[in-house]
Design a protein around this ligand. Sequence first.
Ligand SMILES: [Zn+2]
Ligand SMILES: [Zn+2]
Length: 135
Amino acid sequence: MDPTPKLRMTTQRQVIMEELRKVKTHPTAGELCQMVRERLPRISLGTVYRNLDILSRSGLIQKIDVAGQEMRFDGDIRDHYHLRCLDCGRVVDVEMELLQGLDEQVAAESGWDIFGHRLEFVGSCGDCRSQRTVN
Ligand SMILES: [Zn+2]
Ligand SMILES: [Zn+2]
Protein backbone atom coordinates (compact mmCIF):
# COMPACT_ATOMS: atom_id res chain seq x y z
CA MET A 1 0.00 0.00 0.00
CA ASP A 2 1.41 3.35 -1.02
CA PRO A 3 -0.31 6.19 0.84
CA THR A 4 1.37 8.86 -1.28
CA PRO A 5 1.03 8.12 -4.97
CA LYS A 6 3.84 9.75 -6.92
CA LEU A 7 3.00 13.35 -7.59
CA ARG A 8 3.01 14.49 -11.19
CA MET A 9 5.26 17.56 -11.28
CA THR A 10 3.70 20.07 -13.64
CA THR A 11 5.53 23.28 -14.56
CA GLN A 12 3.13 25.28 -12.42
CA ARG A 13 3.68 23.02 -9.44
CA GLN A 14 7.45 23.13 -9.92
CA VAL A 15 7.53 26.94 -10.10
CA ILE A 16 5.28 27.33 -7.06
CA MET A 17 7.51 25.02 -5.06
CA GLU A 18 10.72 26.73 -6.22
CA GLU A 19 9.44 30.20 -5.39
CA LEU A 20 8.24 29.08 -1.97
CA ARG A 21 11.58 27.45 -1.16
CA LYS A 22 13.45 30.67 -2.05
CA VAL A 23 11.95 32.65 0.79
CA LYS A 24 11.81 32.42 4.56
CA THR A 25 8.79 34.68 4.89
CA HIS A 26 6.11 31.97 5.06
CA PRO A 27 3.89 33.70 2.48
CA THR A 28 0.13 33.43 2.17
CA ALA A 29 -1.29 31.97 -1.05
CA GLY A 30 -1.92 35.53 -2.29
CA GLU A 31 1.65 36.66 -1.62
CA LEU A 32 3.05 33.55 -3.25
CA CYS A 33 0.79 34.06 -6.26
CA GLN A 34 2.39 37.51 -6.81
CA MET A 35 5.84 35.91 -6.71
CA VAL A 36 4.90 33.10 -9.08
CA ARG A 37 3.36 35.58 -11.56
CA GLU A 38 6.83 37.00 -12.22
CA ARG A 39 7.49 33.73 -14.01
CA LEU A 40 3.99 32.57 -14.96
CA PRO A 41 2.06 35.81 -15.52
CA ARG A 42 -1.25 34.11 -16.31
CA ILE A 43 -1.53 31.83 -13.30
CA SER A 44 -4.65 32.36 -11.16
CA LEU A 45 -4.87 32.49 -7.39
CA GLY A 46 -7.19 29.46 -7.50
CA THR A 47 -4.54 27.44 -9.32
CA VAL A 48 -1.86 28.49 -6.86
CA TYR A 49 -4.13 27.56 -3.98
CA ARG A 50 -5.02 24.16 -5.41
CA ASN A 51 -1.39 23.32 -6.10
CA LEU A 52 -0.30 24.44 -2.62
CA ASP A 53 -2.88 22.09 -1.20
CA ILE A 54 -1.65 19.18 -3.30
CA LEU A 55 2.01 19.93 -2.52
CA SER A 56 1.39 20.09 1.21
CA ARG A 57 -0.64 16.88 1.20
CA SER A 58 2.26 15.22 -0.60
CA GLY A 59 4.65 16.43 2.09
CA LEU A 60 6.71 18.59 -0.29
CA ILE A 61 5.87 21.82 1.52
CA GLN A 62 4.39 22.67 4.92
CA LYS A 63 1.11 24.37 5.59
CA ILE A 64 1.01 26.66 8.61
CA ASP A 65 -2.60 26.44 9.57
CA VAL A 66 -3.57 28.13 12.80
CA ALA A 67 -7.23 28.63 13.66
CA GLY A 68 -8.36 32.20 13.02
CA GLN A 69 -5.27 33.09 10.98
CA GLU A 70 -4.75 33.28 7.25
CA MET A 71 -3.04 30.13 6.07
CA ARG A 72 0.66 30.43 5.31
CA PHE A 73 3.09 28.14 3.54
CA ASP A 74 6.63 27.03 4.23
CA GLY A 75 9.06 25.49 1.74
CA ASP A 76 11.14 24.18 4.62
CA ILE A 77 9.73 20.78 5.56
CA ARG A 78 12.10 20.05 8.45
CA ASP A 79 10.38 20.08 11.83
CA HIS A 80 10.95 23.52 13.25
CA TYR A 81 9.20 26.10 15.40
CA HIS A 82 7.70 29.40 14.40
CA LEU A 83 7.37 32.84 15.90
CA ARG A 84 4.36 34.94 14.95
CA CYS A 85 4.14 38.70 15.52
CA LEU A 86 0.68 39.60 16.77
CA ASP A 87 1.15 43.20 15.59
CA CYS A 88 2.28 42.84 11.96
CA GLY A 89 1.48 39.17 11.39
CA ARG A 90 4.93 38.10 10.20
CA VAL A 91 5.98 34.51 10.81
CA VAL A 92 9.66 33.62 11.19
CA ASP A 93 11.58 30.46 12.02
CA VAL A 94 12.94 29.85 15.50
CA GLU A 95 16.52 28.66 15.22
CA MET A 96 16.63 26.13 18.02
CA GLU A 97 16.71 22.40 18.47
CA LEU A 98 13.39 20.60 18.84
CA LEU A 99 12.35 20.00 22.43
CA GLN A 100 13.22 16.44 23.33
CA GLY A 101 10.90 14.06 25.12
CA LEU A 102 7.75 16.08 24.46
CA ASP A 103 6.16 13.58 22.07
CA GLU A 104 6.87 10.68 24.44
CA GLN A 105 5.38 12.59 27.35
CA VAL A 106 2.17 13.35 25.45
CA ALA A 107 1.98 9.78 24.15
CA ALA A 108 2.24 8.43 27.69
CA GLU A 109 -0.32 10.93 28.96
CA SER A 110 -2.90 10.40 26.22
CA GLY A 111 -2.30 6.86 25.01
CA TRP A 112 -2.21 8.20 21.45
CA ASP A 113 0.36 7.45 18.78
CA ILE A 114 2.18 10.76 18.44
CA PHE A 115 3.83 11.55 15.10
CA GLY A 116 5.27 14.90 16.06
CA HIS A 117 4.32 18.32 17.32
CA ARG A 118 3.94 21.82 15.99
CA LEU A 119 4.70 24.82 18.07
CA GLU A 120 4.14 28.48 17.41
CA PHE A 121 5.31 31.22 19.73
CA VAL A 122 3.41 34.50 19.63
CA GLY A 123 4.71 37.93 20.53
CA SER A 124 5.79 41.25 19.11
CA CYS A 125 8.72 41.45 16.67
CA GLY A 126 11.63 43.84 17.11
CA ASP A 127 10.32 46.26 14.44
CA CYS A 128 6.88 46.50 15.98
CA ARG A 129 8.30 46.88 19.45
CA SER A 130 10.60 49.76 18.46
CA GLN A 131 7.71 51.47 16.64
CA ARG A 132 5.65 51.26 19.77
CA THR A 133 8.44 52.76 21.85
CA VAL A 134 8.82 55.71 19.44
CA ASN A 135 5.12 56.60 19.39
ZN1 LIG B 1 5.77 42.81 13.96
ZN1 LIG C 1 9.27 27.91 8.86
